[in-house]
Design a protein around this ligand. Structure first.
Ligand code: ZN
Length: 352
């Protein structure tokens, strides 16, 4: 799969709030090929000659992140610092921070755990929140957010940041593991101060998608439908989003039914109104339609994204809601004209 040359191939390892500006975030990224960390704080950005002077390019944020990094570029289960709270399984799922993340990224399925610790960065007190998901498909993904305690003293004040940053990192890693390396490029900064939403061609940022906590209404005038579309577009990235717009589907290769080279073709209504049935391919042959019913009052883009993330993360759970009366013969929802399949559905193994 081609990778974005413009943006490189990065994974968001940690988001760190500025110690001097509330809700201004630095992104610590891992270069997938070299394993090198980068940061967009001024110290790292301007230290461009570090390599030639014989030292590794770094900043206080990459210093914090480096020892936490595991072999996959994710975060170790154990953080440093004083433990505040930790939970796993059902207790984690019922925790406000995990709930908000699942609300923001519906469809992510598996066993959640989370941990919060306090520690200092450069003598400034910080909260570290670490989310971990072992998916039903058997892969793992992590998200780590460091909040300046002076700006985010309470759990509730951290809800948007955790759902936005940690949730994004987890969803991105799951898409990447399933072969969608173009999805989940690290998002823009949390706060967009130098641009306005009216600028044509402006890149979407996390502010354009967040819908949790007390920051639902950011005064940007987005409706839930627009916000859901923004989420899909930001997460997929321009190339994949354009592909979805053009062909009206993306394929997900089965993990559970790898032996039959099963592919789920997750289709999208060109008019972005009604839900379309998922087309099932076995060894390249279109065999069935699966009806995954949309939840009440959920924007169509949300429904599509939910199906996409559910099949990527927890195929068994996705299939468990498809009862026998929701399985149909091919072309069962070709309402207006027969929609033939012209693009081969090619099964690909999981890259993990
Ligand atoms: Zn930095």
């Amino acid at each position: 799969m081609p990778r974005s040359l413009a943006h490189g191939d990065y994974r968001l390892m940690m988001a760190v709030e500025s110690a001097s500006r509330a809700n201004s975030w630095y992104r610590v990224l891992v270069d997938h090929r070299s394993g090198q960390l980068s940061c967009d704080c001024p110290a790292w950005t301007f230290r461009q000659n570090a390599r030639t002077s014989g030292t590794e390019r770094s900043c206080k944020h990459t210093h914090i992140a480096q020892p936490l990094m595991n072999a996959e570029g994710g975060v170790n289960v154990r953080l440093a610092g004083l433990p505040v709270e930790r939970a796993s399984g059902a207790a984690a799922e019922n925790h406000r921070l995990v709930q908000a993340t699942r609300q923001q990224w519906p469809g992510l399925g598996g066993r959640w755990s989370f941990e919060q610790r306090t520690s200092n960065i450069d003598n400034q007190p910080y909260h570290f929140v670490h989310l971990h998901l072992t998916t039903g498909n058997g892969t793992t993904a992590t998200g780590l957010v460091a909040f300046a305690r002076r700006y985010h003293p309470t759990t509730e004040s951290m809800v948007s940041g955790v759902a936005g940053w940690a949730g994004y990192a987890i969803a991105a890693e799951i898409a990447r593991t399933a072969g969608y390396t173009l999805a989940g490029q690290p998002p823009e900064h949390f706060k967009v101060t130098r641009r306005t939403t009216t600028t044509p061609g402006r890149h979407l940022g996390l502010t354009d998608i967040l819908r949790v906590g007390d920051q639902v209404d950011l005064g940007d005038g987005y409706t839930p439908t627009q916000r859901a579309e923004n989420t899909l577009r930001l997460f997929l990235g321009e190339t994949l989003y354009a592909q979805l717009e053009r062909q009206h589907f993306l394929d997900v290769s089965s993990v559970r039914y790898a032996h039959e080279r099963r592919v789920y073709r997750i289709r999208r209504d060109p008019a972005k109104q009604r839900e379309r049935r998922v087309r099932l391919f076995i060894d390249g042959q279109y065999t069935q339609d699966l009806c995954i019913v949309r939840g009440q009052d959920v924007p169509e883009a949300d429904h599509w994204m939910t199906n996409f993330l559910t099949l990527l993360s927890d195929e068994e759970r996705a299939l468990s809601v498809v009862q026998s009366y929701n399985i149909f013969p091919p072309h069962s929802d070709d309402y207006y004209e027969r929609e033939e399949e012209t693009v081969p559905a090619v099964w690909m193994p999981c890259v993990a």
